[in-house]
Design a protein around this ligand. Structure first.
Ligand code: FE
Ligand code: FE
Ligand code: ZN
Length: 277
């Protein structure tokens, strides 16, 4: 079975997200751990989180893929921005312990012209500070489109970060189909080769989740503008291959396409499930 869901709003709480996921035919989902732009966080509601854990178990959900806010930048050139990301990520992961066994995905960061090596160093140092030995969440580095000074466009950059992290049991990768496409990896015509390269550089055992998005821009554009499934430069036929590709077998797929309402996601979920051979 294809494990698939979409990004949901956390505004009505955790249990509400689980119910909404069921309504739209999802068996996984993503959510922001706090306000994606501002960074403010709601008071912890442990009962609500426990209620979601029960719902997920009863309905045989796959792992969830929580998303860190876009404002986090562990390799910013501003010390207070780095410190905020550091503190907030630690706090997010402490909260994730109430939803044990799931994923927490984040954008590696932008080095702001301090240089790639400095960026990689800061990100991995921060992770070494943030992760702890017996945590119950796996932290995922997202593959990036390479906009501006983003770290994590070539697979090698993701690997360089992982290599410097001490606690490797709790680290993995989330592959975004729009981002790798915009990064220049041809997931339309050469998916096998792209995934062979992922395996060679990072290792497929590190791949834990997929963000499944079409792209508004052509291959290698370094743009990162998501499009609805089948309406962009990746196209329906490529998605038919993606959902059936052995490299992604059993992984949670998360839609982050520009939809007006969750009913749009329900349609995409139905469509992608119909592709499964
Ligand atoms: Fe993301
Ligand atoms: Fe993504
Ligand atoms: Zn994106």
């Amino acid at each position: 079975m294809l494990h698939i869901g979409c990004h949901l709003s956390n505004s009505k709480g955790y249990l509400a997200m689980g119910k909404e996921a069921l309504r739209i035919g999802a068996d996984t989902f993503a959510f922001f751990t706090r306000n994606p732009r501002g960074g403010s966080v709601k008071p912890l509601d442990v009962e609500d989180m426990k209620a979601l854990v029960n719902l997920l178990e009863e309905n045989h959900f796959s792992k969830l893929v929580a998303h860190a806010p876009y404002t986090y930048n562990l390799c910013s050139d501003k010390e207070n921005t780095r410190e905020f990301a550091h503190r907030a990520m630690k706090e997010d992961l402490e909260r994730m312990e109430y939803l044990p066994g799931n994923y927490y995905n984040f954008h590696p960061g932008s080095h702001m012209k301090q240089g790639l090596e400095a960026g990689i160093e800061m990100i991995s140092e921060a992770l070494n500070d943030i992760l702890w030995e017996d945590m119950h969440t796996t932290v995922l580095l997202e593959t990036m489109a390479g906009k501006g000074t983003e770290v994590g466009r070539p697979f090698e950059e993701i690997e360089s970060i992982i290599e410097k992290v001490n606690i490797k049991d709790h680290i993995g990768v989330c592959l975004d189909t729009c981002h790798i496409h915009d990064a220049g990896y041809d997931d339309v015509n050469a998916l096998d080769e792209v995934m062979d390269e992922f395996d060679r550089v990072i290792g497929l055992d590190r791949l834990k989740a997929v963000h499944i998005n079409d792209s508004k821009n052509p291959l290698g554009s370094h743009k990162d503008r998501h499009e609805k499934i089948g309406e962009g430069y990746i196209g329906l036929e490529a998605f038919r291959k993606i959902v059936n590709h052995p490299a992604f077998s059993g992984l949670p797929f998360i839609l982050e396409t520009p939809q007006e309402s969750n009913d749009g996601y329900a349609e995409e979920i139905k469509l992608l499930r119909s592709f499964v051979k």
